[in-house]
Ligand binder design. Sequence first.
Ligand code: NAD
Length: 294
Amino acid sequence: MSGASIIDGKAVAAQVRADIAGKVEALKSAHGFTPGLAVVLVGEDPASQVYVRNKGQQTKEVGMNSIEHKLPDTTSEAEILALVDSLNKDAGVHGILVQLPLPKHVNSEKVLNAIDPAKDVDGFHPVNVGRLWVGEPALAPCTPTGSLILAKSVQENLSGMNAVIIGRSNIVGKPMAALLLRENCTVTVAHSRTKDIQSVVKGADLVVAAVGIAEFVKGDWIKPGAIVIDVGINRVEVPGGKAKLKGDVAFAEAAAVAGAITPVPGGVGPMTIACLLKNTLQAAQMQHGLEITA
Ligand code: NAD
């Protein structure tokens, strides 16, 4: 079926975590401190609880301190803001992540904007967004950072490539565009109003699909040999069976044409937490005035 090589996100994420673990160890012995990541979870959302548990486990596995604050969904916005303020001031906390979604009575934007940009390991604060676009050292959002690492695992130098990103969200599409521009790609951002999206995608040497529609991108949209990074995670009900996870790309069709492609699951998904840890290490190095090696 497949002409494409399958990009193993699990294996690449494990390499990223091993690299971070080595650097955390070096930081501890050379500078005597341990990077700390604080995660704030408000409410009982089951998916969020799983994410937070995985983040905590992987944080400890790379030798960092994991600080978890689990609050009931009745917590007021003022209480969450007070917690963020205390974490901003805590020298043992180098990264702060507020797990989304927050309960409806809380203004998420206000909470995210209250995080000190130096500790904003999700890279969602407007200061980091701006720094990323002007090319200053920035904490960049984790999922696009992970997607870039996967693309570069196929081809280290992306310079001059035609990259088409499908989706313009603040957490994936837009930061992906900034990261690929920095790699000297010619970047097109396609979205729900794009005309003849199929021809736009057909011109791409690199496709990043972040649409949120299962199997949206068809095999005959893909230029032969292209690198395809599928960010989508869509739960699709299977009649009489368990729900299955599907990407935004029709995998089998696309794999027959592409040069390399990420599967779902096992592609971009595992990279997100690995890049969160990378950002935490980078934040810790920046806060201590050290060279960034993350
Ligand atoms: P979003 O809903 O915020 O954005 C989707 C984007 O797709 C929008 O910008 C929209 O313009 C575009 N779009 C929608 N319909 C379209 C159409 N018919 N044609 C072209 N473009 C269209 O979604 P998001 O948060 O960016 O996430 C996208 C996907 O990535 C989702 O499946 C999500 O679950 C997944 N995701 C995965 C990870 C991960 O860790 N792997 C992280 C974040 C998001």
